[in-house]
Design a protein around this ligand. Structure first.
Ligand SMILES: Cc1cc2nc3c(=O)[nH]c(=O)nc-3n(C[C@H](O)[C@H](O)[C@H](O)COP(=O)(O)OP(=O)(O)OC[C@H]3O[C@@H](n4cnc5c(N)ncnc54)[C@H](O)[C@@H]3O)c2cc1C
Length: 349
């Protein structure tokens, strides 16, 4: 009788088949690194399908330096190595290599030419099928344990052995897409600090005089009278408050920087029309475009995306305490951190 077959751990297990997980798997497969993707939901990229109202603004045509300026601190310093190695031009080239035709808006935002996010998700899925990358759907990972030889990933019905693990489980907004905060819990259990998770890029609740729309407004945040952030763009007045890209970006600034509940004024202006809102409340995290907070940047090496606490464990995307303004920045940093994680893993094998 033959000796029992040796169980071989998978070289890389990617937890989460969203933006970062799909990108990581395509890069890994392209470099011949054996990997599999474990995904909670029944399909890849549920959140990506929602992006830009189903159109997917996947990056912005900017040099890395400009994108870093727009991201601002403290995010920019952390994502600098990832974004420098994988700037928007490289992300665009990656999509072209996947066969996605793209279009550029006047402001530099990049979309699939079809303006269908599904084309992006299908392109990833097709490439992973062609490269025979195993995709485990309907499989929430329930725990990650470090072992002397790597990791054990628990699921409801089986345990998986992996040499390296990339956690790409996303933030906590729109939980129906599958991002429910599991990665942050795994990281906490493994000794990482988790920065409080809060809504980013969401509207403010406020009593507004009427339902209306400013096409090209100025939205500013003032603290003690001084302007601390200033955006131009669309502002919409809803029955419950204010929304639109310029408002979202101001809200992100407030959530990131006024962490002790400091008072501020949101100033909205179009021509001679001006509205000042005093410390309006942000809408809930579950409605937000992005999660601010997550795995502490200090606990992850920005040069490799590897945990400083658990060797062999990597993070990418929104599970980390990184976020950007509207306009393709959040997908860009998910892709760039994913690519850096895989490139770093390849160097260790
Ligand atoms: C309405 C909306 C519009 C947006 N529009 C844009 C846009 O136009 N441009 C832009 O740049 N960004 C946009 N974003 C933000 C962008 O979608 C996210 O920042 C990005 O998807 C984050 O990628 P990620 O891979 O980190 O997380 P996700 O894409 O959320 O993927 C995480 C994946 O992990 C899976 N998962 C979670 N837990 C487990 C587990 N325990 N086991 C297995 N799998 C698990 C989830 O099911 C999910 O598929 C938008 C977001 C929203 C909500």
């Amino acid at each position: 009788m033959n000796a029992p077959a040796q169980f071989r751990p998978v070289p890389l297990a990617i937890v989460g088949g969203g933006a970062a997980g799909m990108f990581a798997a395509v890069v890994a497969a392209g470099r011949g690194l054996g990997c599999l993707v474990v995904e909670r939901k029944a399909r890849l990229g549920a959140k990506v399908l929602m992006t830009a109202n189903g159109r997917c603004n996947f990056t912005k045509d900017l040099p890395a330096e400009r994108m870093l300026d727009d991201l601002g601190e403290p995010v920019a310093s952390f994502v600098r190595p990832a974004l420098t190695a994988c700037p928007p031009a490289r992300i665009l080239g990656g999509f072209h290599a996947l066969g996605v035709r793209t279009k550029r808006m006047a402001d530099g935002r990049l979309f699939p030419a079809s303006e269908k996010a599904a084309d992006i998700v299908h392109a990833f899925g097709d490439r992973l099928r062609d490269r025979e990358v195993p995709l485990l759907f309907n499989t929430p990972v329930t725990g990650i344990a470090a072992t002397p030889k790597g990791f054990l990933l628990s699921t409801k019905s089986f345990t998986l052995s992996a040499r390296k693990v990339l956690v790409a489980t996303g933030g906590l907004s729109f939980p129906k897409t599958g991002s429910v905060g599991d990665g942050q819990n795994f990281a906490r259990d493994l000794g990482h600090r988790i920065e409080p998770c809060r809504a980013g890029l969401v509207g403010f609740e406020a009593h507004v005089p009427r339902v209306a729309r400013f096409e090209e407004a100025a939205a500013r945040v003032r603290v003690d009278g001084a302007v601390v952030c200033d955006y131009r763009g669309e502002v919409e007045f809803e029955r419950w408050g204010v929304t639109g890209a310029a408002v979202y970006n101001c809200q992100r600034w407030v959530a990131r920087h006024l962490t002790k509940g400091e008072r501020f004024t949101l100033e909205l202006q179009q021509g001679h029309e001006r509205l000042n809102l005093e410390s309006p409340t942000a809408r809930p995290l579950k409605e937000a475009i992005v999660t601010i907070g997550g795995v502490a940047r200090a606990d992850v090496d920005p040069e490799t995306m590897m945990s400083r606490k658990v060797p062999g464990l990597y993070f990418a995307g929104e599970v980390l305490d990184i976020d950007g303004p509207t306009g393709g920045y959040n997908l860009s940093i998910a892709f760039a951190t994913a690519r850096l994680a895989v490139a770093s893993i390849l160097k260790t094998l």
